[in-house]
Design a protein. Sequence first.
Length: 410
Amino acid sequence: MTIRFDKLIKSLGTALDIIEGELLGAATNHGKRIAVIVDALGRYFGLDGRTRQNFAICALFHDNALSEYILSERAGLAPHDPTMKLHCELGQRNLDALLHGSDISGFVLYHHEWADGRGPFGKREGEYPLAAELICLADATDVAHRYDTYPEEKIPELLELIRKDAGAHFTRRASEAACAVIDGELLRSLRNDRIQESSEKAIPPDERDMKNRMVVRFALFVSRIIDYKSTFTRRHTSQIANKAWYMGNWYHWDDDLKAQLFLAASLHDVGKLTTPVGILEKPGPLTDGEFLIIKDHVRVTGELLKDIDGMERIREWASNHHEKLDGSGYHRGKTAEALDFQSRLLGCLDIYQAVSEERPYHPGRNHRDTMKILSDMAAKGFVDRDIAGDMDRALAPFDGGDIPFQCPRG
């Protein structure tokens, strides 16, 4: 499957920025700004295009595991860790999978290290990679000084602070590079009205033939970000994707088609990253206004994926998961004639997973009780009767429980 990898990366980066804003109060476009700054610093060091691209992607996603880390702490699965060591470890794990085959060892793992050894891993200057040094400086200074609104006339003050931190917080070579590249033009490129254009230069066009394993690795990366926004959805996306692959085996599809549906399933709720956690975790009935906000996530999913060349079918499948055969679904009110088999299957899998897993407003259900609800919807003409029957037979052995991940061969 040939796609514009850079556009896919940037779309997910946009979604991740939304999470950071909600969970941490981070300024809009924080990840994009870090990527642009790190690219400028990489140019200072004379790095080649592919190396700078890997630096910039790691910078864009340096906080990719924040939601997973926060929920792990909230659920008592990880001890309180003010240095966010676990956040660094999980983030590196995710990017190792996303950029498999690229040498990015330690890029995110050590992005909170201090040059004097006061970071979460106690590494000192010279003991962690250049990319981590640059991400650390860009991240810390953007959080402290807000490059999106920082006054140009105060640049000399900023550079003096960076020089003073050389050898303490920031490494000497990162500080020297920052003082050489931070100027009025770079600062203007970080403003919200220019950051999209700037980030496109930092991560230039990159068309890739994504083999099945690469598709699945990216899908797993996406599902970890989406699922961990809420305690009650931390298995939702990954389990729909796993069930989609399993049903693909049931239908004897080839691995190419299964990988594409696996990715569509992993992306189907990417728009929910814009939905407030308070609504996702509300224990009682939603108000009409809250339900409208929930419903809008399908439109947002389509918007985030709309300009990614090579993903047209995947975008359609992901965007159709709340449509119904009788036209009563959302967000476009499609009817049976406009919904292909994969769209119908993904819609049924989404219902099955939502009904079977624990939610704030209902307990988990076994396979029999879940299928009662899905079969009733099929009888009313909402979902595909044949697909519901196939799922009844195929998923019965798991009794509403998890299906393990199955890695593709190619």
